[in-house]
Design a protein around this ligand. Structure first.
Ligand SMILES: [Zn+2]
Ligand SMILES: [Zn+2]
Length: 740
């Protein structure tokens, strides 16, 4: 028998996910000698054995991969070391350059759930149970490599039992960095806002459940930050939460104990069920059915964001409670999620009655991921816990290190290094100091993790974005990319397209090449250039940002543009005489009234003319309300048409006033938008791609796909501004990027 020797360099998600013990067990199975170790880019393996055994080993490496691991590349070469006496897991090499990937946090696995429920297991009821297949990663890691001393578990000394498991290559907890048990792990304490400790550990969870039952608003430290929690059936408490948070109508997500409980409150398809139950445990937007959830949770809309408990702590809480809860990121309105008790007390002292804390630090914050399922595919709305940091390996010859800093709203950053793109968790809207701080912190984290010194920075073209201002100060080569082009590029990348496409980018706002506000774009483009082939006729955004909240102004501005004899009395009565005069002057003299052609604003216009909403309190509110009014039986549409390059729609405001029925108006408008996309798509022999926040409107996307099923939409990456950073990176690559 000929003995062969090979060395493998494996890259991908291979650290902190049980990869080395997996390799160890395969080596045992196939009677191979050698070693496995973590290095700066991934894992190195050396094997010695018969060629047959080695080929089985290689096959199993791919076929039997642990659930959280992912092999992006595997380089094989002859190995010149021989005569190993066994197969060993070797301690991590001292790492020079840092580019091994950091995994996102994962929901508790079934093995851990079963152990937690097993009276005879030593981790029965243990609220921080985890293993190499589940539990925290990104939220506890200070630096790479992902080893215990580099995490916020470093201060906890393992007990003998835990150490034994940690050291045993055949144990599910071999090198599970956050391994602990009730004897040696972090402890829980329930406190009131005066620092009085009410109870600890399991009792604390039970007491917290009782406070929720009694109608209190509480906070609980979860995986990537604190949640604000209250009873999702108690209208009085929810109204109190809305008042205290100054959050009049933005929907809250609801956490339910089981998939059966979710089925009792929402309609859910099989695909949606598997998404809800996946190990990412995202918040999934579902259509509600009559239920006992308070209407105050998601007022005026027929959707509900639901999710299942994803940490042992959440599971135990719902075991005690047996009741749906609102679980929303604890923050001050518009600010990042709170990760420590000092901030919680400083910022939410007047909101929260009690809070459950534990003594392990959250190093990196993350929010819950939000998505919906359309036509059997995910449509990502917020990529965070469970998903990001998201690394995507692809083929290109570009050797530079590139930093893309995204847009202003729903900011996330991305880096390109060693043929891979890494997208950060959702950061937020950079409208306040705290979120801007969070942007800087995320930048620093990524630069530290990956020893990253960019050769090139990419930002948006908007001169007033915080990101643009920051980029211009860095003294590095800088490229600015048009916002909607970045949308289309990120969508092209996701669908592995490097050809000419028709990109449809619709959102609420984005800086156009002519200095006006764009957001109703049809681009014929490839990875190098774009041409704006169709767009919505611009209108004046009266008073600029004032029109974003006071959406009546959008309709009024278009009425002023129409200059015809139709009587708009019923609509105009929404304004006082003096207001009307003032706005008329603003319109005539174009005072502080930028030109805008964004479709997001047209939803505002329609909602206000339909009489269902005059002032919005959160981004996308008018679209959600119109969607809930949509009537499948109404097949008519308003006459929106292409005139040269310009899409004409301003006249439909008359028809809407004549229709005078919110359901008819909403339905005919959504039908008209679907129709114009398909009409324009049909005039090009190109793939049509949808990206931009407007397409979070499920009904709109469904109607488009009903008419033309070949149209592609952004799915895996956020369809809104959360993936602008990805598009920015793609625009900068000098060589064609292709997914393997
Ligand atoms: Zn587990
Ligand atoms: Zn222990």
């Amino acid at each position: 028998m000929i003995i062969e020797h090979f060395k493998y360099s494996v890259e991908g998600v291979v650290q902190g996910v049980g990869f080395r013990p997996f390799v160890y067990s395969l080596a045992q199975k196939h009677a191979l000698k050698g070693f496995v170790l973590n290095d700066s880019v991934g894992v190195q393996i050396a094997v010695e054995g018969s060629s047959e055994d080695i080929s089985f080993f290689e096959k199993d490496l791919y076929d039997k991969l642990p659930p959280l691991a992912r092999i992006d590349s595997l380089k094989k070469e002859q190995c010149n070391i021989e005569n190993f006496d066994s197969f060993k897991i070797v301690k991590s090499k001292n790492l020079q350059s840092k580019s091994s990937l950091v995994s996102p946090d994962f929901a508790m696995c079934d093995d851990c759930l079963n152990e937690m429920r097993d009276k005879h297991n030593r981790r029965f009821n243990y609220f921080f149970i985890n293993c190499t297949n589940c539990g925290p990663r990104y939220s506890i890691v200070k630096t790479v490599p992902y080893d215990r001393p580099n995490t916020s578990m470093s201060s906890f000394v393992m007990c003998k039992e835990c150490q034994k498991e940690y050291d045993n290559p055949t144990d599910r907890r071999y090198h599970a960095q956050p391994i602990s048990c009730e004897i040696c792990g972090p402890t829980l304490s329930l406190k009131d806002m005066n620092d009085k400790i009410i109870s600890t550990n399991l009792n604390a969870i039970e007491d917290l459940a009782n406070f929720i039952k009694d109608g209190h608003i509480v906070a609980m430290k979860g995986m990537g930050g604190f949640h604000l929690i209250c009873d999702a059936t108690n209208c009085k408490t929810i109204q109190m939460l809305r008042d205290k948070k100054n959050r009049p109508s933005k929907p809250f997500a609801v956490m339910l104990r089981s998939i059966e409980d979710i089925e009792s409150v929402c309609s859910i398809t099989d695909i949606e069920k598997s998404t809800v139950c996946s190990r990412d445990r995202p918040i999934v937007l579902l259509r509600t059915k009559p239920n006992n959830i308070s209407p105050y949770v998601a007022p005026f809309i027929d959707r509900l964001g639901v999710f299942l408990p994803y940490t042992p702590l959440h599971v135990k809480l719902l075991d005690f409670l047996q009741h749906p809860i609102i679980a929303t990121s604890a923050n001050r309105s518009g600010e990042p999620i709170i990760t420590n008790e000092e901030d919680l007390k400083a910022k939410l002292d007047d909101v929260v009655d009690y809070y459950l804390d534990y003594n392990r630090d959250i190093i990196n914050s993350s929010d819950d991921t939000v998505l919906q399922v359309i036509a059997g595919k995910n449509l990502m709305m917020r990529a965070s816990r469970g998903i990001t940091p998201l690394s995507i390996k692809f083929n290109t010859k570009d050797k530079r290190k590139i930093l893309a800093i995204g847009a202003h709203q729903k900011n996330a950053i991305a880096i390109y290094i060693n043929n891979q793109l890494i997208l950060s968790p959702f950061i937020g809207d950079l409208d306040n100091i705290s979120t801007i701080d969070s942007f800087h912190k995320t930048l620093k984290t990524f630069i530290d993790f990956y020893d990253f010194e960019p050769d090139l920075i990419i930002c948006d073209k908007h001169p007033l974005y915080e990101t643009t201002k920051w980029a211009k100060k860095q003294n590095k080569p800088l490229v600015q990319v048009q916002h909607h082009y970045a949308h289309v590029l990120s969508c092209m990348f996701e669908h592995n397209l490097d050809e000419q496409v028709l990109g449809v980018a619709w959102d609420g706002t984005g800086y156009g090449d002519d200095g006006t506000i764009w957001g109703g774009e049809f681009f014929v483009c490839d990875r190098v250039k774009y041409e704006r082939v169709a767009y919505f006729e611009p209108f004046l955004l009266l008073g600029g940002d004032a029109s974003i909240k006071d959406i009546k102004r959008v309709a009024l501005s278009i009425i002023f543009d129409n200059k015809d004899d139709v009587v708009y009395d019923s609509f105009l009565s929404k304004f006082s005489k003096s207001q009307l005069n003032l706005l008329k002057q603003i319109h005539e003299k174009r005072l502080n009234s930028p030109k805008c052609s964004a479709v997001g604003r047209l939803f505002d216009m329609v909602a206000t003319v339909a009489g269902v909403c005059d002032v919005v309190s959160y981004d996308g509110e008018s679209g959600l309300i119109l969607e809930s009014l949509y009537d499948e039986n109404i097949k008519d549409s308003y006459d929106i048409y292409l005139d040269g390059k310009i899409i004409r729609y301003k006249h439909i405001i008359k028809d809407m006033i004549i229709d005078n029925n919110s359901k008819i108006i909403a339905s005919k408008f959504i039908n008209a938008l679907a129709k114009i996309i398909v009409e324009i798509s049909d005039t090009y022999n190109l793939k049509t791609l949808l990206s931009g926040g407007v397409f979070q409107n499920r009904t709109l996307v469904e109607k488009i796909l009903e008419k033309k099923g070949s149209i592609l939409f952004q799915s895996r990456l956020p369809i809104n501004d959360g993936s602008i950073a990805v598009g920015q990176i793609i625009s900068a690559l000098s060589h064609k990027p292709t997914l393997p």
